[in-house]
Design a protein around this ligand. Structure first.
Ligand SMILES: NC(=O)c1ccc[n+]([C@@H]2O[C@H](COP(=O)([O-])OP(=O)(O)OC[C@H]3O[C@@H](n4cnc5c(N)ncnc54)[C@H](O)[C@@H]3O)[C@@H](O)[C@H]2O)c1
Length: 309
């Protein structure tokens, strides 16, 4: 049994940080790809040179083309432009659709059995595009957003209560935009429902901050968007797949009737294992939650229509 191979397309902030987490966790060998000559090679070599100090054993190489990605087990796609202050994720669509369309096809040709994890924004739309361009079955193409959005919600709850992030379980549905649907009803602190620990006003404030969490970081950084937590989210998905962990995580998945939605990539809880998305979990929702889901889905549908596939 050989070592697992993880290719990461885009060696910018998210891609390079994902390579760092993957190598440190020894998930397998890592190939970092970028169109900027020298960037992936330099970052990969630097990361590999950290391995004797940190004591991780993973081969890390950089490449300017896709040949080195051949026969990858998992490919994480982060190539494309990030937001600047004042931009929405949708503003990235025109540029990023050209990049993702071509990258997904080139990756799929060389790694026909891989599982693709998309990170590039607008996330749900880029996941849909990668699914179509790769020609892969729906269980092998997914997007990372729900883990990040949920992690933000969990972080804000931990800060508010002054407790460990480790004890907070949360769930969230919907597209990766400001219309995402955090679910306080499905959120708990060591099993204690959140609604018993915080007032509705406070929960609403934390939900609002979660919805705008990406923008909060963009406004602070001014020249780019978040990358530590997004890359950690992508690696959590890769780890669940490579180790066949059967984790239940919120991911962007292709829906064929689940939640009453069809032909759309949308954030839902899934079971992640060696086959990719092994099942989609349908939650019982209140009428209000259903309305929020429908609104979020409308936004994603409009964005997918912009692809004009
Ligand atoms: N899903 C999420 O939750 C989430 C979170 C954060 C960022 N993002 C998105 O991830 C993407 C990357 O963000 P970043 O901060 O790493 O940006 P970045 O600018 O630091 O890196 C992107 C890299 O992609 C490279 N690239 C462009 N076209 C390419 C191609 N055809 N092949 C290979 N590489 C190519 C660029 O040269 C650049 O180095 C953005 O679209 C951003 O909006 C998504």
């Amino acid at each position: 049994m050989g070592r697992k191979k993880i290719s990461i397309i885009g060696a910018g902030f998210v891609g390079a940080t994902a390579a760092h987490w993957a190598a440190e966790k020894e998930l397998g060998d890592v190939v970092l790809v970028d169109i900027i000559e020298g960037l992936p090679q330099g970052k990969a070599l630097d990361l590999f040179e950290a391995s004797p100090i940190e004591g991780f054993d993973a081969r890390v190489i950089g490449a300017s083309g896709f040949e080195e990605t051949r026969n990858s087990d998992v490919v994480i796609i982060t190539s494309g432009v990030p937001r600047k202050p004042g931009m929405s994720r949708e503003d990235l669509l025109d540029i990023n659709k050209k990049i993702i369309g071509s990258v997904a096809a080139q990756v799929a040709e060389r790694s026909p059995n891989a599982i693709l994890i998309i990170v590039t924004n607008p996330l749900d739309t880029m996941t849909y595009l990668a699914l179509k361009r790769s020609g892969f079955p729906k269980e092998r193409v997914m997007g990372m957003a729900g883990i990040l959005d949920t992690a933000r919600f969990r972080a804000f709850i931990a800060m508010e209560l002054g407790v460990s992030v480790e004890d907070i379980q949360a769930l969230l549905l919907g597209g990766h935009g400001d219309e995402m649907v955090p679910l306080p009803r499905y959120t708990s602190v060591s099993g204690i429902p959140l609604t018993q620990l915080l007032s509705k006003e406070v929960i609403d404030r934390l939900v609002d901050r979660t919805r705008k969490g990406g923008g909060e970081i963009v406004n602070l950084l001014k020249t780019g968007s978040a990358f530590y937590a997004p890359s950690a989210g992508a690696i959590q998905m890769a780890e669940a797949i490579l180790k066949d962990k059967k984790r239940i995580l919120p991911c962007c998945a292709y829906l064929e009737g689940e939640y009453g939605l069809k032909d759309i990539c949308f954030g839902v809880p899934v079971k992640l294992g060696v086959k990719g998305i092994e099942s989609i979990i349908e939650l019982a929702l209140t009428e209000d939650e259903k309305k929020l889901v429908a609104k979020s889905a409308d936004g994603v549908r409009k964005s997918i229509a912009e692809l004009k596939l």
